[in-house]
Design a protein around this ligand. Structure first.
Ligand code: MN
Length: 237
């Protein structure tokens, strides 16, 4: 298998993992920057992630134009991916999801910060992007590059941003990193929803976040988690 085929297979696996871990359902998507053409990205045609296979993968310019559509329908929120890739040359993978555990933190002002070690990978704080701030009433879907760029500006150089009343976006310097951050972002949100009613939460310190996240993105750590999630999702590694 060529390196490119391997990366396409991994993108299929990422779709299945995110579905199996219930980070995405019928909606939500994951992309990679094209390994050989940094001005393009790879994203499935419009399909539930659990069902995505290699033939569903499509190549897009950063503006979201398909190189060879072949009559396939496309996710309307492609500008989330294009906006982040355009703003961040360090980002090689993007996940967009509507994790129900994460949603409350985008609408209440309650900060979503890491409170257990494996959530260090989400970074110290997650900004909240509100599409209404600059675009008035919309469907809340990010369907124009102007909106995608606005979202990417809120993300800044961070790992993830919440999207008010909608979901979140997660960026990774590798696909495995983006998947790991997406899974533990959700786990951390669930734990916070359990912890906040009990009393004041002691979050990880900036130093702890730095040290633990360095440990998490080591290839051996990422490979261990990836193998576990892939097998749970019925994929070989
Ligand atoms: Mn969405």
């Amino acid at each position: 298998m060529s390196d490119l085929d391997r990366q396409f297979q991994d993108l299929v696996t990422a779709n299945r993992i995110l579905a199996r871990e219930e980070v995405v359902d019928a909606f939500g998507h994951v992309s990679i920057r094209h390994p050989e053409h940094p001005g393009r990205y790879i994203l499935s045609q419009s399909r539930a992630p659990e069902l995505v296979d290699t033939l569903d993968l499509m190549e897009y310019t950063l503006d979201g134009d398909p190189l060879d559509q072949q009559g396939r329908t496309m996710y309307s929120e492609r500008p989330i991916h294009g906006g982040v890739y355009e703003a961040r040359s360090d980002v090689m993978a993007v996940v967009h999801n509507h994790s129900p555990a994460v949603l409350p933190f985008g609408v209440t002002g309650q900060p979503l910060r890491p409170m257990f070690h494996l959530a260090a990978i989400i970074g110290p704080q997650l900004p909240v992007w509100d599409i209404r701030d600059n675009f008035q009433d919309t469907s809340l879907l990010v369907t124009t590059m102007e909106q995608g760029r606005d979202l990417a500006a809120t993300l800044g150089d961070g790992r993830a941003a919440l999207m008010r009343g909608h979901g979140c976006v997660v960026a990774g310097s590798t696909l495995k990193e983006a998947v790991m951050a997406s899974v533990y972002l959700q786990v951390n949100a669930r734990l916070l929803l359990q912890s906040l009613p009990l009393g004041e939460v002691k979050y990880l310190s900036p130093g702890e976040i730095e040290l633990m996240s360095q440990s998490q993105v080591r290839p051996t750590s990422l490979a261990r988690a990836w193998e576990y999630w892939a097998v749970r999702a019925g994929r070989s590694v």
